[in-house]
Design a protein around this ligand. Structure first.
Ligand SMILES: *[C@@H]1O[C@H](CO)[C@@H](O)[C@H](O)[C@H]1NC(C)=O
Ligand SMILES: *[C@@H]1O[C@H](CO)[C@@H](O)[C@H](O)[C@H]1NC(C)=O
Ligand SMILES: *[C@@H]1O[C@H](CO)[C@@H](O)[C@H](O)[C@H]1NC(C)=O
Ligand SMILES: *[C@@H]1O[C@H](CO)[C@@H](O)[C@H](O)[C@H]1NC(C)=O
Ligand SMILES: *[C@@H]1O[C@H](CO)[C@@H](O)[C@H](O)[C@H]1NC(C)=O
Ligand SMILES: *[C@@H]1O[C@H](CO)[C@@H](O)[C@H](O)[C@H]1NC(C)=O
Ligand SMILES: *[C@@H]1O[C@H](CO)[C@@H](O)[C@H](O)[C@H]1NC(C)=O
Ligand SMILES: *[C@@H]1O[C@H](CO)[C@@H](O)[C@H](O)[C@H]1NC(C)=O
Ligand SMILES: *[C@@H]1O[C@H](CO)[C@@H](O)[C@H](O)[C@H]1NC(C)=O
Ligand SMILES: *[C@@H]1O[C@H](CO)[C@@H](O)[C@H](O)[C@H]1NC(C)=O
Ligand SMILES: *[C@@H]1O[C@H](CO)[C@@H](O)[C@H](O)[C@H]1NC(C)=O
Ligand SMILES: *[C@@H]1O[C@H](CO)[C@@H](O)[C@H](O)[C@H]1NC(C)=O
Length: 464
């Protein structure tokens, strides 16, 4: 049973990667028309707004493109929201920088369209060129706090309520054939790169540097979108790094490979918006460093997750201030419903293989009564538990909503509401400094934990 399942999962996944590459190499490539924003009057001095020049350059492109809009170096191009259209790719040269405006009037009325650069219902659109897009997030800080900065919220004067009313950096809404390649994205004030209801997305050679103390500055949010290929990305940010979400539709076929992540939240996070399904994802050859949580599922709204593979991944996690979601878990899988009226989704057919973790807390596998975890497989894992911070441990983190934070002795692997779990060739090592606090390898909570097998499982002190 087990082997054919593993191979079919991997085969389908690698087939998907292959398809993406084939699509890339055989795509027709007409010679694009090139226009420069400076020909339309952009000054690039970082003080005068170049919005009109940039938008005129985009609008001068022939209908449907292909067209490249150049941002020459050196130059700092300050702008209010600019709107891409089909066939247009922004080409920000190395040494050139797009600076996102920081006034509320730089953005349109509708908060769901607050982006510095946005494309809507367009095809063959993108951004690249080796330069920088900068969200100037520090200008939104109301009060610095090493635990978590307090930020501006534009709710008081605008149509947005709550404390998360800040602009995102780049958005593709309802787009097809999106290319974000070879670009650095700095200091987003809110989510950085946002894909919404889009299809066929390639994100390659992208670096994201968000301030480590700023909340909600997610790296890449893939919402209600299909066929996303993320490769060779470097993401160093405060909030979640790669974050699929489902609000109005499912998320199918996401591949992320050959990337590096550091975050004060969760490196790869499903949810927490999870109203529809997530299916057929592969994460391979990823290095997760000094993060608050490694691989995470916060399924809270009834969407079902299935057919996900994590392979060849190194993870180091540590505690940060509990104001940030996460409790240093290398792997966190939960379906606890958000509130008493939320639906419960299941998580099934998940494979974790060839994974090394060094962490301050254990693996958390927590289904719910109607949101069972089914057929989870852990094959070839080395889990080392060690202490590097003095932050208090012993908390189960069910946020957002649900039971919130629960005081409880943690364990190497905590399990509740599971139907089908295979643990094979998994070695737990405990560093000496941990023993005073906890060294309980396995915890079964009083709930369904059925059809489980442990083969080649070990738990012992790490040799010095
Ligand atoms: C997902 O990928 C598979 C395999 O490449 C493909 O057959 C399927 O159509 C894709 N699904 C969507 C929704 O595009
Ligand atoms: C994009 O398409 C959606 C769905 O058809 C529509 O509601 C929306 O108004 C369109 N947006 C623009 C800017 O054309
Ligand atoms: C990024 O673009 C710059 C400028 O065109 C180029 O020199 C560099 O090789 C590109 N890097 C990658 C990884 O494509
Ligand atoms: C703006 O958001 C803050 C923080 O959530 C809240 O305290 C305040 O009441 C909100 N103001 C308005 C006008 O909604
Ligand atoms: C993704 O694929 C699913 C299944 O085919 C479909 O229902 C959904 O509309 C697709 N979403 C987009 C944005 O294409
Ligand atoms: C894994 O990804 C790194 C970049 O993060 C790359 O240098 C390395 O070659 C990749 N390894 C494999 C086996 O592809
Ligand atoms: C994980 O660490 C091992 C040992 O240091 C190294 O050989 C491997 O390339 C690393 N893999 C990733 C994905 O970083
Ligand atoms: C409970 O969560 C659901 C989504 O799961 C949301 O639609 C609903 O508004 C929430 N109810 C309350 C009372 O917060
Ligand atoms: C999740 O699966 C359950 C059981 O099959 C089903 O009732 C529910 O509708 C599914 N959720 C979604 C969002 O499709
Ligand atoms: C896991 O690692 C082993 C040994 O390095 C390798 O042979 C195998 O192909 C890897 N499995 C996957 C799914 O990458
Ligand atoms: C786990 O450790 C063993 C012994 O050091 C090593 O042979 C194996 O390759 C490691 N596996 C992973 C996935 O890191
Ligand atoms: C038990 O779990 C394994 C995966 O660990 C799964 O392949 C198998 O179908 C399950 N058996 C039953 C009877 O549910």
């Amino acid at each position: 049973m087990a082997k054919p399942y593993l191979f079919s999962l991997l085969f389908v996944s690698f087939y998907f990667i292959l398809q993406s590459h084939l699509a890339k190499s055989f795509a027709p490539r007409p010679i694009p028309i090139t226009v420069s924003v400076t020909d339309f009057g952009a000054v690039g001095n970082g003080r005068r707004y170049d919005t009109r020049a940039i938008q005129s350059a985009i609008d001068s492109c022939p209908v449907g493109g292909p067209c490249q809009v150049e941002f020459p170096a050196p130059g700092k191009y300050l702008t209010a929201t600019v709107y891409l259209k089909s066939g247009v790719v922004l080409n920000v040269e190395p040494g050139a920088r797009i600076l996102a405006g920081t006034r509320q009037r730089d953005y349109p009325q509708d908060p769901s369209r607050w982006y510095a650069v946005v494309a809507e219902n367009a095809t063959e659109v993108g951004i690249g060129g080796g330069g920088v897009v900068d969200g100037q997030a520090m200008k939104y800080v109301v009060r610095k706090d090493v635990r978590k900065n307090v930020m501006v919220s534009w709710n008081a004067t605008g149509p947005c309520l709550g404390d998360e009313c800040r602009p995102r950096l780049i958005g593709f809404l309802g787009c097809t054939n999106v290319h974000v390649t070879n670009i650095s994205l700095y200091e987003p004030a809110y989510w950085c790169l946002h894909l919404v209801r889009s299809n066929k997305i390639r994100i390659e050679d992208v670096s994201i540097y968000g301030d480590f103390n700023i909340p909600n500055n997610d790296g890449i949010d893939i919402e209600d979108s299909n066929n996303t290929f993320i490769n060779r990305c470097h993401i160093d940010t405060g909030d979640d790094a790669i974050c699929p979400k489902s609000c109005t539709g499912p998320v199918f076929n996401l591949t992320a490979t050959n990337s590096w992540i550091r975050t004060k939240s969760c490196a790869i996070k499903f949810g927490s918006a999870s109203v529809f399904d997530f299916k057929h994802f592969l994460f391979d050859n990823i290095s997760i460093v000094d993060s608050h949580r490694g691989l995470g599922f916060q399924i809270r709204d009834g969407g079902n997750v299935s057919d996900i593979v994590f392979s060849n991944i190194n993870i180091s996690t540590r505690y940060y201030d509990p104001l940030w979601w996460g409790r240093a878990e290398p792997i966190y899988v939960s379906t606890c419903p958000r509130n008493s009226t939320s639906k419960e989704g299941t998580i099934s057919n998940i494979l974790f293989t060839n994974i090394t973790a060094n962490s301050e807390n254990g693996v958390f596998l927590s289904g719910s009564k109607r949101g069972l975890l089914r057929n989870l497989r852990f094959v070839n894992l080395n889990l080392t538990y060690r202490r590097v911070t003095n932050d208090p441990g012993d908390l189960y983190d069910y946020r957002p909503g649900c039971h919130e934070l629960v005081k409880h002795k943690t364990a190497g692997i905590m399990m509740e509401h599971i139907e089908g779990l295979e643990v094979k060739n998994v070695k737990m090592k405990w560093s000496q400094d941990h023993l005073k606090e906890w060294n309980n390898p396995l915890e079964f909570r009083p709930s369904t934990v059925n059809n489980i097998s442990f083969l080649g499982f070990g738990s012992s002190l790490a040799s010095k």
